[in-house]
Design a binder for this molecule. Structure first.
Ligand code: 8DG
Length: 144
């Protein structure tokens, strides 16, 4: 049996306390995902915690440091299913240092409104991300 690929992603918002905007990123590769929007992040490496992987990926890809907030609950410990081999855990995050730049893996970054769900949902997301985006919008609209 092949082990599940653990991916981590960040829902970077303008404020953990009162989020109004979400930072989204457009992928450049591989070809089947190029031009699609996603949560910045990547694969957890061997011996690394999920949270450490997320900090590393955000530094590499966007040149930022963040404070992590709550995890977006997926209902299971491995996170949101991306495909038969991979799943992704997603955390809210707030910038603590750096201005996000598309340094690696992305060709555009955009802050989208969390009040107008059509703005976020209107983007061509990686299809597996759509349930995650919907859950995020619901959670922001009705915080726990
Ligand atoms: N980062 C990220 N990956 C996603 C999302 N949705 C989704 O299906 N994926 C998939 C795409 C990839 O197959 C996988 C993540 O791989 P990646 O290419 O971002 O990981 P990485 O930065 O560690 O890259 P690499 O070292 O393997 O090249 O998860 C998402 O919202 N964010």
């Amino acid at each position: 049996m092949t082990a599940l690929i653990n991916v981590v992603g960040a829902a970077v918002v303008d404020s953990l306390e009162a989020p109004t905007r979400l930072l989204v990123a457009r992928r450049t590769a591989p070809p089947q995902f190029a031009g699609m929007w996603e949560f910045p992040g990547g694969k957890v490496e061997a011996g690394e915690t999920a949270e450490a992987a997320l900090h590393r990926e955000l530094a590499e890809e966007l040149g930022i440091e963040v404070q992590l907030g709550p995890e977006l609950d997926s209902g299971n410990t491995t996170g949101w299913t991306l495909n038969e081999r991979a799943s992704m855990r997603v955390w809210f995050a707030e910038l603590t240092s750096g201005e996000p730049r598309a340094l690696e893996d992305h060709d555009e970054l955009r802050w989208v409104s969390l009040a107008d769900s059509d703005e976020a949902l209107g983007l061509p997301w990686i299809p597996a991300d759509l349930p995650i985006v919907r859950a995020l919008l619901s959670r922001v609209a009705a915080p726990a």
